[in-house]
Design a protein around this ligand. Sequence first.
Ligand SMILES: Cc1cc2nc3c(=O)[nH]c(=O)nc-3n(C[C@H](O)[C@H](O)[C@H](O)COP(=O)(O)OP(=O)(O)OC[C@H]3O[C@@H](n4cnc5c(N)ncnc54)[C@H](O)[C@@H]3O)c2cc1C
Length: 471
Amino acid sequence: MALITANRWSFWLRESLASESSQDIQQVRGDTEADVCIVGGGYTGLWTALRLMEKAPTMRIALVEADVCGAGASGRNGGLALSWWPKLETLAERVGDDEAVRLARASEEAIAEIGAFCEREGIDAHYRQSGWFWVATSPAQMNAWSSTVRACESRGVVPFVPVDREELTFRTGSPAALGGVFERSAATVQPALLVRGLRKVAIRRGVEIFERSPMIRLDRDRGVVHCPDGSVRAPVVILATNAWLSGVPELRRAVLPLSSDVIATEPIPELADGSLWTGGECVSNSRLMVDYYRTTRDGRVVFGRGGGTLAFASRMGTAFDRNTPRQAEVQAALGRLVPFASRARVSAMWSGAVDRSTDGLPFFGTLPGRATVVYAAGFSGNGVAPSLLAGRILASMVLGSQDELSRCGLAAGVPGRFPLEPARYFGGLVVREAVRRKETREDDGLRVGLFTRRMAALAPSGFFKIGKEDG
Ligand SMILES: Cc1cc2nc3c(=O)[nH]c(=O)nc-3n(C[C@H](O)[C@H](O)[C@H](O)COP(=O)(O)OP(=O)(O)OC[C@H]3O[C@@H](n4cnc5c(N)ncnc54)[C@H](O)[C@@H]3O)c2cc1C
């Protein structure tokens, strides 16, 4: 079946698909069997498939994807591959001090491994390891990183170095950056080229990939993944559907889909020829509705803002597939943070669902039923690098390996639950509006009233300990 371009696809995915020589896809037709069936063709599903092939080369692995591989968050994200060092405190709360440091270190190594994978397999995903600036773009955000920096230092690690304002302006292209720290392990990728590259390598290694084949029902006792025109029977099923996991009854209150909205400028000649700022670094600020940006190889600025659309009862529907309804807001933020880029036309915009967990960290577990059904969820906007680790954890879980990964504290199931509906949705709207109001006033240097501050404080903790998410 040949590929027909879909409107919901991001600029990244369109660019990637346009560069592919063959676009034939295979669908589930009739009934087939496998040793393992992975549901979801994003980074998590594909890294898991590759890890299983590495550990058990004779295993028959099928992967079913509702759309095409990369149509979900993996083909839509900002392409900032970040470590878990900024999450160290939350990690320590979840898994204890020693394991937190070990996992954060593993997440840092995962970034380098993505680069090595691309190099080894001949995947040009525009990988560039230039580090990450975590900055304050309003006085209220100043020193948001302090407790994380202290938490690292008290455990004997120093991933962050302070950067003064002059250097920040020069290296982030943002006169709004008042202060910040730098973490050198981070990298940028063209995210869809990475996920499409993973797909290519997985097919090369013998993984059978079915696209345009949504799982419409899962028989957890017999281990059957039902699709519209057939099924895959497998004793082991791995659910790697990210925000769509909010549709699984046991996970409905553990995963909160929340949109992140992204715009891309047209190429800016001074960025493309290197005469203006661009060292290829990742930049994000310290808002709860975080702003994040980077440049691209062809000289665009890709800029995103988290904390957008919420869906009632966490229903995914099409709410996360349309162009962002926050275009004006995101464009204004780009203008404030990166003024020179706002002179360029916005040539693309898109939106996607982030799978928020209650503490901003992923979790792994097993669902009840006679078949083995495992899942990974809750990346909370930081999944580009951690999904490689997720693939290892899931593979260890299904192979029954008693190793550090399958026993790690993240693999203990649901860590916390959001409120029941309708409180979750309507309460969420009120809190989100309070956060929006608070952060807009802070950006404008205005005082924030007590009521707004109190309401905003009810937002779940997110990406950083102080309550940030990144994607
Ligand atoms: C706009 C945006 C910006 C982001 N920015 C960053 C960033 O800069 N840095 C970062 O680290 N992280 C970022 N993230 C988060 C990151 O993209 C994700 O954590 C990561 O891609 C998750 O990968 P995944 O494979 O688990 O999920 P996905 O890539 O979403 O894959 C899940 C797949 O499952 C498929 N699926 C769903 N239901 C079914 C079904 N019933 N049957 C079959 N298939 C199904 C979907 O089509 C999808 O392709 C961002 C996310 C978004 C949305």
